[in-house]
Design a protein around this ligand. Structure first.
Ligand code: PEP
Ligand code: MG
Length: 895
């Protein structure tokens, strides 16, 4: 069996052994190179060593399967036959690139080696054969540098120093001015340095070079950068990487050569226009590395970006036309926007990569809607294409157009959104400051994979060098961070810790604003405005609404939140946390007075102050919601969030309650709880002091009567009792509510419907759901508390150890963010079933944080909940996630 294992898959010359759907085995790059070969596109021949070899490598003490050597040798021979050159042959050498390629794209995280196969003799042969010694020796020195660094581990700066010296000695500024002899001298110095650093010469044997590079690529799967990237993007280490070995083609052999990267549609806006950058006479990584400022592919792109460098469309019209045809072919084939890499060698086009292009959320929406309208995909597919979490990018504030702003520089609009923060110059500082809750803007000349932790921590990223496809731009778009790239007028000075332009200097720690949609860089903090849901966003949401079954409500208690949620399409309020209505200073005093009162009379006096405020609040909420359901949860204040702690606060409460300070202090001490999250909160408070819930019920029903009378709209309040564990608790409190409802109907002369239900947020409540449903007309799963109480992990203390739990894989995700489906989810499922058995039409919803988390929303669909409720800014995310959940349920039902 083992002797038949296939570890190597060839591609090129219009056919391949692999296919696009073999990503798990061949990695994304390898699978797509195979697919492009099968499509007949011009792909330099090569082969892919599978991800299974990577797994084998790590499972077997970094060794290879015994058959691999022969399979690689045979594959190299196929390349040789195809291009008519031989690996290591002095007169006519084959050169190859060796690149990583995992299942998921991990840009710049792993190692790459180009020009492999060069040594002292083949370099000479290449010089003769190409007739361009400068090109040959430049390639050789690049190879020594890359291989020396990536495979042999020689630090960059050793190479840079030699190169700088060589240029200085010759009075040369640009690499392009170096002649063949100059490069030969550099090569000599490079080799000498490598030998003295490592104690052995730079390898001249091309087989040794090849296996060294293959080993380095597999080794780079476990480098720190790759590990961090995988953690941030939830990519399992077990996937492994493939290695792609491919015949080199050269974009740096003269003025009829070029290399570039492109997107089949604009990755920032989604516009159906070819969008890309290229460099004449340049090799591979030059474009992405942001070392030279790239030129635009199309004339339109050049004009739009006010570039004075000529477009490829003008410089190489024929090759451009071929490339444009490839673009259309790829889009039709993959039915999605592609990110491609190409090289032009002496006027001939070669395709080096295609993959699904990363895009901003706005672009994703436009592309999905356009492709559905172009007939490339159907609406369901369009809905599935959008990552619900990415909508967050569109729901962030943008700059207030009316705000004053001082624009000090402009760069490229690399990743949309506006962000303000304190200036920092290193990724570590970004991480430290943001860890302390500060907003930061990470300012760099350019970013590299070592910076990703800081980019993740920052609100925005600003670079002074690099284009729309530079590392900073690509990574920021992927992370949804605002980014302005290549703001070349700005100068970063690490010594003085400043960033400056003309006569403006900003120090580290001062505020700066960037607008990643326009490329503007502004002084200080510029005010922002709330986003609107319109255009493609609204269209796609409309399609999602037609498909989803679950309703989407919002958690809101302020008129501002309720209005925002309505704008985002909320279909009611699923949770109004009444204690949150008392956070403002004037109101909290009344609540404290009520909590600290010694007897019922004291409490009733404080409640009398609160009641009119509550009634006004509810009138406003009912009016905004215009007949949509509104679930109001009766008071659930974890006492520690409300008790006064400072002397000043105590004095204030004492004054308001007409008591002396020591008495208030004593009462506060008496109420102090060791474990407030599990203490005297929720319905327990209502059981001890029914007058509190009585006041709230009265305020709710009077408001309902008032709004119903004045607007003619039917108002059906849903009164919700928190933290119920037994049917008896619910019955005691329901009796109070029903009594007050009757009284208000009588006194107001208005008949209204109302429901009384309960939260399910304790395991006991879930287990006893059948009996609780005898009294409850609805259940709302409070999965914040249900997670806390099921896992026995305090919501307030989880942060101190949960990250470690995630690192060790005990929890894949934070269970307070993504529902623990196996544990907490099991209770939800069971309670839903038991509740329905008792009361077939019981309304079921979820109102914990999980209601806005796409994976948890999927779960809710499988349980068949009636609605999810989430914070206003998550409403569109939940609408889309609910539609996707409905689509995958249809699919499961069909299969
Ligand atoms: C819950 O516990 O899930 C809930 C929504 O209530 P709170 O977060 O207010 O405790
Ligand atoms: Mg709760």
């Amino acid at each position: 069996m083992a002797s038949q294992a296939k570890w190597v898959y060839g591609f090129g010359d219009g056919s391949a052994e692999g296919r696009a759907d073999m990503k798990n085995l061949l990695g994304g790059k390898g699978a797509n190179l195979a697919e492009m070969s099968n499509l007949g596109l011009p792909v330099p021949p090569g082969f892919t060593i599978t991800t299974e070899v990577c797994t084998y490598f790590y499972d077997n003490g970094k060794t290879y399967p015994p058959e691999l050597k022969d399979q690689v040798a045979a594959a190299v021979a196929r390349i040789e036959a195809s291009v008519g050159a031989r690996f290591g042959e002095p007169a006519n050498p084959l050169l190859v690139s060796v690149r990583s390629g995992a299942r998921a794209s991990m840009p710049g995280m792993m190692d790459t080696v180009l020009n492999l196969g060069l040594n002292d003799t083949t370099a000479e042969g290449l010089a003769k054969r190409s007739g361009d010694p400068r090109f040959a020796y430049d390639s050789y020195r690049r190879f020594i540098q890359m291989y020396g660094n990536v495979v042999l581990g020689v630090d960059h700066h050793h190479f840079e120093e030699i190169l700088e010296h060589a240029k200085r000695d010759r009075g040369i500024d640009l690499d392009t001015d170096m002649k063949a002899e100059d490069w030969q001298a550099v090569i000599k110095d490079y080799k000498k340095m490598v030998e003295s650093e490592l104690g052995r010469p730079f390898p001249q044997d091309v087989q040794e070079q090849l296996w060294g590079a293959i080993g380095a690529v597999f080794g780079s799967w476990m480098n720190q950068r790759a590990i961090t990237y995988r953690r941030l993007h939830e990519i399992p280490a077990s996937w492994g990487t493939a290695v792609n070995v491919q015949a080199m083609v050269f974009g740096n052999m003269g003025q009829d050569c070029a290399t570039g990267v492109a997107f089949t549609r604009n990755p920032s806006t989604g516009e159906n226009k070819f969008y890309g950058e290229y460099l004449v006479n340049a090799q591979g990584e030059d474009v992405v590395a942001g070392i030279r400022t790239p030129q635009h592919l199309t004339i339109a792109g050049k004009v739009a970006n006010k570039s004075d460098l000529p477009a490829m469309e003008e410089v190489m019209p024929e090759v451009f036309a071929q490339l444009d045809a490839v673009r259309l072919k790829l889009e039709r084939h993959y039915r999605d926007m592609q990110d491609i890499e190409f090289t032009v060698q002496q006027g001939k086009l070669y395709m080096l990569q295609t993959r699904t292009g990363k895009r901003t959320a706005a672009a994703a929406l436009k592309i999905a809607v356009d492709m559905a309208e172009e007939g490339l995909v159907d609406r369901r597919e369009a809905i599935k294409r959008i990552d619900p979490a990415s909508l967050d990018q569109l729901l962030h504030p943008t700059l207030d157009p009316k705000a004053n702003k001082t624009v000090i520089a402009r760069g490229l609009p690399a990743s949309p959104g506006a962000a303000s923060g304190k200036v920092v110059f290193t990724a570590d500082e970004a991480e430290q400051l943001s860890g302390r809750g500060e907003a930061v803007i990470l300012c760099r000349v350019e970013t590299s994979p070592e910076d990703i932790h800081g980019m993740h921590a920052a609100r925005g990223i600003l670079t002074t060098r690099g284009g729309m496809t530079s590392h900073a731009a690509v990574v920021a778009r992927g992370m949804g961070r605002a980014c302005v790239a290549g703001a070349g007028e700005l100068r970063i000075d690490h010594k003085t810790q400043t960033i400056s332009v003309r006569n403006v200097t900003i120090k580290a720690g001062e505020m700066l604003t960037i607008d990643g949609s326009t490329g503007e860089v502004m002084l200080g903090e510029v005010p922002t405005v709330q986003p609107e849901l319109s255009g493609d966003f609204a269209t796609l949401m409309g399609w999602a609404d037609e498909i989803r079954r679950m309703k989407v409500r919002t958690n809101a208690e302020t008129p501002l939140d309720a209005r925002t949620a309505r704008r985002f399409g909320a279909e009611g309020i699923g949770l109004c946390r009444t204690e949150h209505m008392f956070f403002d200073p004037e109101r909290i005093l009344a609540v404290r007075e009520m909590i600290l009162a010694e007897d019922e009379a004291g409490r009733r006096a404080a409640l009398a102050k609160i009641e009119p405020m509550q009634r006004r609040d509810f009138v406003e909420l009912f009016s905004i919601m215009k007949g949509l359901p509104v679930t109001i949860r009766l008071l659930d204040p974890p006492l520690h969030e409300f008790l006064p702690t400072s002397e000043e606060d105590m004095a204030e409460v004492a004054k308001a309650a007409g008591q002396d300070v020591p008495k208030v202090r004593q009462r506060a001490l008496q109420l102090h709880e060791a474990n407030p999250m599990l203490g005297h909160r929720g319905c327990r408070l209502g059981v001890s002091y029914p007058e509190i819930y009585e006041m709230q019920a009265r305020a709710i029903f009077e408001a309902a009567a008032e709004v119903q009378k004045s607007s003619g709209e039917t108002v059906t309040p849903e009164v919700m009792i928190p933290l119920v564990g037994t049917k008896r608790e619910l019955d005691i409190l329901k009796a109070v509510i029903d009594r007050v409802a009757g009284e208000v109907q009588q006194s107001s002369g208005v008949k209204f419907d109302y429901l009384v239900g309960t939260m399910i947020e304790l395991p006991r409540a879930a287990l006893r759901a059948a009996e609780i449903a005898e009294s409850a007309e609805f259940f709302s799963f409070g999965t914040n508390d249900l997670t806390q109480t099921t896992l026995g992990i305090s919501r307030d203390d989880a942060a101190s150890f949960l990250p470690e739990y995630q690192r060790q894989g005990i929890f894949e995700q934070d269970p307070f963010v993504t529902l623990d489906q196996e544990g907490v989810g099991e209770l939800v499922r069971l309670a839903a079933e038991r509740g329905r058995k008792t009361r077939a039409d019981i309304k079921l919803g979820i109102c914990g944080e999980h209601g806005g988390d796409p994976a948890s929303v999927h779960f809710c669909e499988t349980v068949g909940l009636d609605y999810v409720s989430c914070s206003p800014y998550r409403v569109p995310i939940a609408r889309l996630a609910a539609a996707q959940a409905a689509i995958s349920k249809e699919r499961t039902a069909r299969d």
